[in-house]
Design a protein around this ligand. Structure first.
Ligand code: PEP
Length: 254
């Protein structure tokens, strides 16, 4: 089996002005030093990307991500941002299909799929988010929901991109709630996702794709989640807004 490099990605959501973001980056760099064992990405709001790119210009161990993008290369899409616009700020990753975008902005699997394809065409690594609501879990629909999101989100993707693709399993009931999936619950879904990926892209490609867990991951629960066989890192919201806790998560993945 491939040794997948762990990825700890911080999703800042709608937090941090550009100057506040630079402060946070300085703090994170001071905490994590020169470590390169774990892949680290931070995803600030669009308005903080340029200053973040500058603050990271001397660091080679933190990559930049965006939180969303539009699939079209340009055009009449007021308020939207394209892949090539992100590339000019040295963005490497883009979070796509976050549950908040699905829930509040009506994003569908088909639309998210267009974004995934456009991101890969533009050398951006998609972090495709999937996850069930509490009602879906209680109705025994978890794996069916996830399968639709994984297969829908990755439709038409070429397996040659496997190493660039990241899938984040984020149970909606665990996001920002302080409730975390147990390591066993998370591993069960991650193993199922790996199998879904193998169905679509083949086992070899599926083995290369990093699967992150997200949902109230914090220093106190990270190590046991990250110890699971199919959990290759974390997508972090709340705990990514503070340098010390974010650095502790990086440490937990090492
Ligand atoms: C997220 O929204 O991606 C997330 C995991 O948030 P939190 O860590 O705050 O639950």
């Amino acid at each position: 089996a491939t040794k997948r490099k762990y990825l700890i990605a911080g999703n800042w959501k709608m937090n941090k002005t550009a100057p506040d973001g630079v402060e946070l980056i300085k703090g994170i760099l001071a905490e994590i030093g020169t470590q390169t064992e774990v892949g680290v990405a931070i995803c600030p709001p669009f308005t903080a990307l340029e200053s973040a790119a500058k603050a990271l210009s001397e660091a080679n161990n933190i990559q930049l991500g965006a939180q969303n993008m539009h699939p079209e290369p340009d055009g009449a899409y007021t308020g939207e941002i394209s892949a090539s616009m992100l590339r000019t700020f040295y963005v490497s990753y883009v979070i796509l299909g976050h549950s908040e975008r699905r829930q509040y902005f009506g994003e569908t699997d088909a639309f998210i799929n267009q974004k995934v394809l456009a991101s890969l065409e533009n050398n951006l690594k998609p972090i495709l988010c999937v996850g069930e609501t509490i009602e879906q879990r209680e109705a025994g629909q978890t794996l069916a929901v996830i399968e639709e999101q994984v297969k829908g989100g990755l439709a038409g993707v070429d397996k040659k991109h496997a190493e660039s693709i990241v899938v984040a399993y984020e149970p909606v009931w665990a996001i920002g709630t302080g409730k975390t999936a147990t390591p066993e619950m998370a591993q069960e879904v991650h193993a199922a996702i790996r199998k879904m990926l193998a169905d679509v892209l083949g086992a070899e490609a599926a083995d290369k794709i990093r699967l992150l867990y997200g949902g109230s991951m914090k220093p106190a629960n990270a190590a046991e989640l990250l110890a699971e066989k199919d959990i290759d890192g974390g997508l972090i919201g709340g705990a990514a807004l503070e340098a010390k806790s974010f650095a502790k998560l990086v440490e937990a993945a090492a």
